[in-house]
Design a protein around this ligand. Sequence first.
Ligand code: ITT
Ligand code: NA
Length: 216
Amino acid sequence: MLNFVTTNPGKVREATEYLDDEVVQFDFDYPEIQADDLGAVAAHGARAAYRAADGPVIVDDAGLFIDAFDGFPGPYSSYVEDTVGVEGVWRMTEPEDDHAASFKTVIAYCDGEGFAATPEPVDRDERRGQDLASDERGAATTDEQVAGGEDALPVKLFEGRVPGELVAPRGDGGFGFDPIFEHDGATFAEMSTEAKNAVSHRGRALAKFAEWYAER
Ligand code: ITT
Ligand code: NA
């Protein structure tokens, strides 16, 4: 059994497609540190949640990155959805010439054990946070926030990204910013879970994770 630590049942729905293991939503509102790096937030959450859970956990920290606004709202997407709203984000973007955006997610896995080094560059073996601290977006993340102390639990990270374009809201499926995020002519809210997974940031991260987890 794998605990998916999230307040968002939509994420769990998407994850069940990838994993043979039973995936259980662990509704634990982990303290989200103020960091401009999804990996740092996810790693911190995974450690906190592992201590509260009874087994392996994954945390998924995602964000919408709008090119015209240099990646805003990014790691602050949850706050922006609650305040500006999905429709508001579209109205904010509409006057811009460039409507390009991307979703990114980082899945952090923690089971209290260490990891053997993997040769593939697709995911990073983050032991004390050095990798993350030097990440392109990690300038404002202090080593302390990422590492969580000298004897921090090892966390394994899996990333996914999908490019798209912001549009006026269409569709009833998915969740969050899906109605305004178009990829290949359809918004994520117009796609089935399978169709979204096949191209989405989360689908890509989950596929990497599932492949690795099956070997574990
Ligand atoms: P947890 O933190 O409890 O997992 P959350 O919904 O707050 O749930 P995130 O912080 O990862 O999850 O998400 C940041 C924001 O981005 C939030 O407003 C989500 O609704 C939105 N979001 C995340 N993944 C998305 C997706 O696949 N499609 C559309 N919006 C998404
Ligand atoms: Na969140």
